[in-house]
Write a protein that binds this ligand. Structure first.
Ligand SMILES: NC(=O)c1ccc[n+]([C@@H]2O[C@H](COP(=O)([O-])OP(=O)(O)OC[C@H]3O[C@@H](n4cnc5c(N)ncnc54)[C@H](OP(=O)(O)O)[C@@H]3O)[C@@H](O)[C@H]2O)c1
Length: 325
């Protein structure tokens, strides 16, 4: 069995596994119920298989996802490269205003990320989206002070807004961008991925499975469990039409399914094929998903013919944005 491969995350000095581990679902509050013991077992398995990159956030399960990761890291912190996020807690949706109205508040917020993770440093702290109100500078200055204090090794931002990314990296110190990128959403190929490559910004890909759509396991009849935000695809007629269109694309992709490679693995391989990409963080709930997703990192790259097939299905740089931010 081939082992996982590793890539340098921009200018961070951190060598991360090409396949990472997304811990949003682990919070248990947005993707249907999850079982803590199953998540912990999946982390154990992933670690053993060479996955060293774990992505979470302060708000996933109101902190539960970070706490679980903290539990998994106990006594072996050095085996994990932890990326977490800050920004959404107590966000004022009506005014579109972040609760981090000063650098001091931002630093106190990251101290609470540290407490939940039960660690004294975070490898990569990320601004959870492109927060503008009150200012981006509060995040930048807070992150830089924390870096100087040794509490943060590198920082980045999760956004698909190119102007915001350029401003965030104006001094060249942004180490990582987290972005939605997949066969269904290739928009980052236009400007953002080339910019990251030119500016040595590591790219952490989320959404590579398009919330499970690209695994090929959904049909027009699929319903989602209570507490799973994907049920909105059924509840909103316009979103249901988009869901149906995506399913059609997935049906055509089935031509690339092979006995040794399922559709989810193809979707992960696809994003890793782009030279700007450092790592992909599929959301993982249990050992079986971990196993399948890790396998994608052990397969040989897609062939030129396979890439051409995908290019004909969704043109390079095209597709649809899945998240607004
Ligand atoms: N703004 C942000 O910064 C932001 C936004 C979104 C996500 N993220 C990060 O990205 C991670 C991934 O989220 P995502 O939106 O990108 O989701 P995704 O990886 O596109 O899809 C994840 C979902 O697909 C299913 N799945 C995963 N592996 C599978 C496999 N091998 N076979 C079948 N089903 C599989 C699981 O849910 P089911 O089993 O229930 O289908 C899983 O929760 C999150 O955990 C989080 O760390 C960040």
């Amino acid at each position: 069995m081939t082992t996982l491969r590793y890539r340098m995350l921009g200018k961070s000095g951190l060598q991360v596994s090409e396949i990472g581990f997304g811990l949003w679902a682990a919070g248990g509050d947005a993707w249907g119920a999850t079982d803590d013991q199953q998540v912990l077992a999946a982390i154990e398995y992933a670690l053993d298989q060479g996955i060293n990159f774990y992505d979470t956030a302060d708000v996933y399960g109101a902190g539960h996802s970070e706490e679980l990761l903290g539990q998994a890291m106990r006594g072996r912190r050095e085996k994990f490269i932890v990326a977490t996020k800050i920004g959404w807690q107590n966000f004022d949706g009506e005014r579109g205003r972040s609760a981090y109205t000063s650098v001091e508040k931002l630093i106190a917020g990251v101290e609470s990320n540290l407490r939940r993770l039960a660690t004294d440093y975070i490898d990569v702290i990320q601004s959870h989206i492109d927060f503008r109100d009150p200012t981006m500078e509060i995040f930048l200055e807070g992150f830089q002070r924390l870096q100087q204090a040794g509490k943060v090794r590198a920082y980045g931002v999760s956004t698909s807004d190119f102007e915001y990314l350029k401003a965030f990296n104006a001094d060249g110190r942004c180490a990582g961008l987290q972005i939605d990128y997949s066969i269904l959403n290739r928009t980052a190929e236009q400007e953002i991925l080339p910019y990251c490559q030119q500016n040595n910004i590591g790219v952490i890909v989320r959404g590579a499975l398009a919330m499970g759509i690209l695994t090929g396991k959904f049909t027009p009849e699929t319903r989602f469990a209570k507490g799973d935000f994907r049920q909105r695809w059924h509840d909103h007629p316009d979103e249901y039409q988009v869901f149906l269109k995506d399913l059609e694309t997935v049906e055509r992709l089935r031509q690339l399914e092979r006995p040794e490679r399922n559709l989810a693995q193809l979707a992960l391989q696809f994003v890793l094929q782009h030279p700007a990409v450092t790592t992909v963080i599929p959301g993982i709930k249990d050992i079986s998903q971990a196993q399948k997703n890790i396998r994608a990192g052990q397969l040989p790259p897609l062939s030129a013919d396979e890439m051409r097939f995908i290019d004909n299905l969704v043109l390079p740089g095209k597709g649809r944005k899945i998240w607004p931010a």
